[in-house]
Design a protein around this ligand. Sequence first.
Ligand code: RB5
Length: 144
Amino acid sequence: MKIIGFAADHAGYELKESLKLFLSDQGYGIKDFGTHSTESMDYPDVAHPLAKAIENGEADFGIAICGTGNGMAMTLNKHQGIRAGLAWIPEIASLVKRHNNANILVLPARFIDGDTAKKCVMAYIDGKFEGGRHERRINKIPAE
Ligand code: RB5
């Protein structure tokens, strides 16, 4: 069973809960790194544990959510083993897997509706990394 790691701040909490239900109904295992309410919190406190879990293989891939998605993406991408990509329409969610082989999909809860978020998640999951020139490019991403 594929395990999806989830992290969201207070702005992303409700979308995280609905995506967890949606994906567990489809047979995915869920590992939830928080947050667990709409009470204000700091996204790095849940982003770093999610990134580490993906780097060490506890989760196969991740979904991270905050208000704009940017705080999550900035934090997650500090980890050398993480490629976190922000998407708000299914086409970008598909490309973030096909071209960037993102291991975390980042969603902007305050700028996306629930139905579009589900479509983004499925486009990301169904996308297959195309390799070739894209592999060469992602291999150049890590900083020295
Ligand atoms: C929280 O208000 C908001 O700053 C956060 O969810 C996110 O958008 C930060 O990048």
